[in-house]
Design a protein around this ligand. Structure first.
Ligand code: TRP
Length: 455
């Protein structure tokens, strides 16, 4: 944690080699030391395995490393973690946090288990690598929760490798207030976790924690035509809405492609507005593979089917706070917003007029999503609306209560997280390390395939 500048390197073979080499010279330090256990012939050095000795509880057959990738790394008695520190070159106890081991002696952080496992398994087709990002433009709203985060959590629970990041570089295309960018990045991380993403299961990180992505975007930009970028709807929107467009805006989809292709994502869940950008990433992967040899995985697009309308029927958006329900809103705020701004069936004049739920702009469509699994409860609303026995105001207040029931636990967790900023920073730090290690491997392939030599 204290050594953010140290580039983590994962090379289990190298660690194992040094472990074997130094085994006989091992000095007792905190936690662990190791001796050499001989199995089979003494001359056959490849069959040697390392016997680890816990200096805390003085067991000398605490665990045996047969291969450097063996997961056996705890003392059976005191359960303390053991590792061989490639930095201070001693066997020590280590503390594990979010799948990262920190050497207790020199405090160096190492990316281990999860990343190594990922690197070994990423060619296995059974496991999806899910990746998605959110720009740090404000607090998250109900639309993002129901349309995206809920799905992110499902992926996470199904044991995929999930990478969810906060696109702070992309935020710079529209926001040049440094305080806002940094605070919003943390706020989105807090919102993510308050809504249920689990940093022990998913890699949660800031886009900028992986500088390799920027280099990858540079490489990809060499094979991306400028005309095609200018034709993308997301880029066209910018041109339409402002006289000048920055290079950052034009490069936006290429950077997004680097976000996706760097970890070799297999599935990218996005909202419909982002689909052309993910298509561009797919085209880039394909083009690169044909031109420079097989390097990237062409990801599938996980298009969001759930759309939550804002009060006037437009898409709920964090940039239009007056038209969205923030995940931090309280019951009073939600009720107030819906009663004041929520448009329902405009053809209905008085409370006792029969209404038509299908013409309801902002209330019934949300009920439809919330009561997806409760068709009977949904039918009650439909029937009461159709028969004119339910007024729009009552309906809005009932919706507000239902939304509040859903998001109240998030709100509470969010308040706790806001008071634990250091903890959230730590999650982003470790998440960034893991993501970085993953992208670094791809970048090495890209460099080599393009002829860029590391001198
Ligand atoms: N452009 C996306 C948005 O505004 C955020 C984003 C950046 C993203 N990089 C990504 C989404 C990669 C998916 C994959 O919503």
């Amino acid at each position: 944690m204290n050594n953010k500048n140290i580039t983590p390197t994962v090379n289990p073979d190298e660690i194992f080699r040094i472990m074997q080499e130094d085994a006989s010279k091992a000095t007792i330090q905190t936690g662990w030391t190791q001796g050499v256990a001989r199995s089979g012939s003494e001359k056959d050095s490849s069959s040697r395995s390392l016997k680890l000795h816990c200096t805390k509880c003085n067991i000398d057959t605490a665990g045996i490393y047969k291969r450097a990738t063996d997961t056996e790394r705890r003392c059976p008695r005191c359960d303390s973690l053991l590792m061989y520190c490639p930095a201070c070159r001693h066997a020590v106890s280590a503390t594990e946090k979010f799948s990262i081991l920190s050497c207790d002696r020199c405090l160096t952080d190492y990316v281990t288990n999860m990343t190594v496992e990922y690197l070994a398994s990423r060619d296995r087709s059974s496991r999806e690598i899910i990746l998605s990002g959110i720009r740090a433009t404000g607090t998250l709203h109900l639309g993002i929760y129901l349309g995206a985060i809920r799905q992110f959590i499902e992926y996470e629970l199904r044991d995929n490798l999930c990478m969810y990041f906060i696109a702070d570089w992309h935020t710079l295309t529209t926001c040049h207030d440094p305080r806002k960018v940094s605070l919003n990045t943390l706020a989105v991380a807090m919102d993510y976790m308050a809504a249920g993403l689990n940093p022990e299961r998913s890699i949660i990180y800031a886009q900028s924690s992986v500088p390799e992505t920027a280099e990858l975007a540079l490489c990809l930009s060499m094979i991306q035509s400028k005309n095609k970028l200018e034709d993308l709807p997301t880029v066209k929107d910018v041109v339409r809405n402002s006289e000048t467009m920055s290079m950052g805006h034009l490069q936006y989809p290429v950077l997004m492609a680097a976000d996706i292709l760097g970890p070799k994502a297999t599935l990218v869940p996005v909202g419909s507005d982002q689909i052309p950008n993910v298509e561009l990433a797919r085209d880039l992967a394909d083009k690169f593979n044909r031109q420079f040899g097989q390097t990237f995985t062409v990801p599938r697009i996980g298009s969001r089917t759930i759309k939550i309308p804002g009060f006037k029927g437009e898409k709920m958006s964090e940039s239009r706070t007056e038209s969205s329900i923030s995940l931090q809103d309280r019951l009073e705020d939600i009720s107030d917003k819906y009663t004041r701004f929520g448009i329902t069936d405009t053809g209905r004049r008085t409370r006792n007029d029969p209404g038509n739920p299908n013409n309801c702009v902002s209330v019934y469509p949300v009920f439809k999503v919330l009561r997806e699994d409760k068709p009977d409860a949904l039918r009650v609303i439909e029937n009461e609306c159709l028969s004119g026995t339910r007024g729009c105001k009552e309906c809005k207040l009932e919706l507000a209560r239902e939304i509040d029931d859903l998001i109240a636990p998030f709100r509470e967790r969010r308040i706790k997280l806001a008071n634990q900023q250091k903890y959230v920073e730590e999650i982003l730090h470790y998440g960034g390390m893991k993501a970085r290690e993953i992208v670094r491997c791809t970048l090495e392939e890209v460099r080599e395939n393009m002829g860029i030599v590391s001198f």
